[in-house]
Design a protein around this ligand. Structure first.
Ligand SMILES: [Zn+2]
Ligand SMILES: [Zn+2]
Length: 336
């Protein structure tokens, strides 16, 4: 089979590989589409702490079952790309997203940017009728957004600040709106992403490289700040900004991937305002919700897709996604 392999930083190639061999409890998926995620880009840049190249990336994907026990050949599916150990204290409590030995397909083991990928059968989800392979490849990032919004405990009439208008920020925006928030403020340093955020219903779009984020938020909230801040940028200054702009007893959710994980923080703000600071990691029982939201047509995941490339052009696909060329947001690779 053909597979895309990240060989070394900024070097992606198509190679010929043998079919993955499946064991009991595993299935072989013939991949249709696979998205490039921010974490794939960290691998691409050689900045991912858990990945040793060469690695076949890809964990946001759809396809059809090629071989397995539970599912029939040809069934359209997507896959929650987690391989928990099922043995540690957290797995025993069912909290598999924070498994102490968690492996992620495309990060710790070879992923779906290939004609075939092997997956644990119990992580497979059928795509309901009417849900396309394109949408199927976007269930994973939507599940990330659903989990974030749950961790944030977003509720009716909240003012929500989203720092970062990348694919995750834009999906969080859509999910939060469904819950009847009052206003959404979203920041980024790239105008076309903010334009898209506005089209998707953001009330305030703030270019942090041009405008003063604090001024805009304080002015709109009469100096009170927001109920919830979601840090989805992974930039050095955004966690501090999130803490500063959240009102007392508010909640800050950290989801960005920090290439430099140590950032400045103001502990006095956290104590004095009794802020809740929580992290959000992948998803935990959120895939079903994500699939339902797409099936019910209340979230339009396709709006964040700007580019698609065939597998042969995977090097170009990574370059476009990494450098945000041609106003790229979500880039998909079409496999078969
Ligand atoms: Zn991802
Ligand atoms: Zn475990």
């Amino acid at each position: 089979m053909k597979a895309a392999v990240i060989k070394s930083p900024y070097e992606v190639e198509i190679v010929e590989k043998g079919l993955p061999e499946i064991k009991e409890g595993e299935a072989l998926i013939s991949v249709k589409m696979c998205g490039i995620c921010g974490s794939d880009l960290h691998v691409y840049r050689g900045k991912h702490p858990f990945v040793k190249e060469p690695r076949v990336p890809g964990h946001e994907f759809s396809g059809v079952v090629a071989e397995g026990d539970i599912y029939s050949r040809g069934e359209a599916v997507t896959v929650e790309p987690l391989i928990p150990c099922d043995k540690c204290d957290l797995c025993i409590r069912g909290e598999y997203n924070v498994c102490r030995n968690l492996k992620v397909i495309g990060i710790h083991v070879d992923g779906a940017m290939a004609e075939y990928v092997k997956v644990p059968e119990d992580r497979i989800y059928r795509l309901p009728k009417g849900v396309s392979f394109k949408e199927g490849a976007l269930i994973e990032p939507l599940a990330v957004a659903v989990h974030i919004v749950r961790r944030a405990k977003v509720s009716l009439n909240d003012d929500v600040l989203i720092l970062g208008a990348g694919p995750i920020g834009l999906l969080v925006l859509q999910v939060a709106k469904l819950l009847g928030v009052k206003r959404i403020f979203i920041t980024d340093v790239v105008d076309y992403r903010l334009d898209l955020a506005e089209k998707l219903g953001a009330d305030y779009t703030i270019n942090a490289s041009v405008d003063n984020v604090e001024e805009v938020v304080y002015k709109a909230t009469n100096g009170l700040g927001v109920d919830i801040a979601i840090e989805a940028a992974g930039a050095p200054n955004t966690p501090l900004q999130a803490v500063k702009l959240t009102k007392p007893h508010g909640r800050v959710v950290i989801v960005g991937f920090f290439e430099e994980p140590r950032v400045p923080m103001d502990m006095t703000e956290i104590v004095a305002k009794e802020l809740e600071i929580v992290g959000s990691r992948v998803y935990w029982h959120d895939f079903k919700t994500a699939i339902d939201l797409v099936t019910r047509r209340v979230i339009n995941v396709k709006r964040i897709v700007t580019h698609s490339f065939p597998l042969e052009d995977v090097a170009k696909a990574f370059e476009v996604a990494d450098k945000k060329l041609y106003n790229a947001v979500k880039v998909l690779v079409l496999i078969s």
